[in-house]
Structures are given as C-alpha cells and as structure tokens.
Design a protein around this ligand. Structure first.
Ligand SMILES: [Zn+2]
Length: 241
C-alpha cells in the first residue's frame, strides 16, 4: 500500500514490502515512489528509517526525476504565462527568441527545438533565481553555493550550506519563484520547518502563505496536465486587493 510522509524536502510517496530478506533496503520503484523492503517480522519504525536516510533519498529521487512536461499543446509556461511556441525547422544553430508572447524556436529538427526550449528555460532560471538568492542571502546574512539541476522538487538545502534549485523554476511567476528561493535561503538558518523558520521566510517574503498555496498548482510531476487548469498567472498583490 502506498503511503505518504511529509519531510522538510517535501512529500515522499513510499510503500513497504515485507519479505524473506534479512536486511533493510531502500530503492526507487519509479521516479516518485520509494520502495522499502524489510524483513517479514521487523518492528522497524518506518518514518524514523525514512528520516534517517533523508540525504540518500533526496539525492536519488532527484537523479531519477523525469523531465517536467512544461511544454504542452504547442505552448510553454514561462514566468507563469503561456507563450505560444512557433517551431522553425531550418539548418541553423538552435536559437530561441521571445516576441509579443510568442516563442520562436529555430533549430534543424524537432528534438533540437525541444532541447533549445529547455536550455532557454534553464538559462532564465539560473539568471533569475541566482539574482533573487543573492538578494535574500544578503538580507538573511547567510551564504551558500547554488546549484541547478533537473529534478522533481523545486529546491532543497543541505546541512553543508548548498542549495539546489530546479532548473525549470523559470516556469513559475516571479512572486512564486521568490517564495521558493526564500524558503531554501531560510533553511540556511533553520534546517527544519519550525516557527522560527517560517518567521525567517516571512521576513524575506511577507505573503509566503499565499504563494506557497499557489505553488501547489505547479506540480513538477505530471505538470503538463496541471498547467492546463491554471488559467491566468498568479499575482499575490491582486489577490490581496
Ligand atoms: Zn523546506
């Protein structure tokens, strides 16, 4: 039976299998479900086991993460709005230009066009998220090394002060990206989700509750389907008015 556990790195789906084996093993059944095999009569506390191996789990769930399907029906989500994608297949170096809500992608074939879009999104993510992170870290009086990679989560922070962000963060509206960044920067001071942690987030990102809620619509798994239901971009200021 599949269960869920909420950890500081997000929700983890897992299922437990009891068998003849004498040791405990952890592996990913697919990119999102953790399969825990334990001896048949083991009394091990599963939640404690998961928390104990959190670093391994975080690392491996990201490595196995599938790409996000943020390109759907000829549209691509950037900064919370859809851009119509126009593919131009021609012999040239892959190139992406955005004009009036239209993303023009020029490349020799469809796959290179797709790769060019991904690269474009990644570059935008790195530019924007790094800039926000720098600002928030100055504000918090902390520093960390920042990395980007494709993974299921939006971001995570390790105890040795390294923050990793999802390389496709640029699909989010600026306000929500600011929340994701503030959240991870706050972990540099508090490696938990205590009241102090949320106070730190609040200093950097006052209406974090609204933004956190809005982030849910942008699931990294099966994102393509979710995006279709989103409608207009989320703007916290407008909701407060
Ligand atoms: Zn967190």
């Amino acid at each position: 039976m599949e269960k869920n556990i909420t950890t500081e790195h997000g929700e983890i789906k897992y299922s437990v299998v009891r068998g003849r084996r004498k040791s405990i093993s952890l592996r990913f059944h697919d990119s999102s479900t953790l399969l825990i095999s334990i001896p048949r009569y083991s009394l091990v506390n599963i939640e404690r086991l998961i928390r104990k191996h959190m670093d391994w789990i975080t690392e491996h769930s990201s490595e196995m993460a599938s790409s996000m399907h943020f390109i759907k029906d000829g549209k691509v989500l950037q900064g919370g709005s859809y851009l119509q994608v126009k593919l131009v297949e021609r012999k040239c170096r892959p190139m992406v230009t955005v004009v009036d809500g239209i993303m023009i992608v020029e490349a020799p074939d469809k796959i290179s066009c797709f790769n060019a879009i991904n690269k474009f999104a990644q570059k935008k993510t790195e530019e924007r998220a790094s800039q926000i992170a720098q600002l928030k870290m100055e504000q918090a009086g902390r520093s960390a090394s920042i990395r980007f990679r494709r993974m299921r989560k939006w971001g995570y922070c390790t105890t040795d002060k390294r923050i990793t962000f999802n390389s496709q963060l640029s699909m989010l509206p600026a306000e929500i990206m600011e929340y994701v960044v503030s959240h991870e920067v706050a972990h540099l001071s508090h490696m938990n989700h205590s009241r102090k942690f949320w106070e730190a987030v609040s200093t950097m990102c006052p209406d974090h509750k609204l933004r956190k809620k809005a982030l849910r619509a942008y699931s990294t798994s099966d994102a393509g389907a979710d995006f279709q239901k989103l409608g207009p971009a989320f703007i916290p200021e407008a909701q407060n008015a």
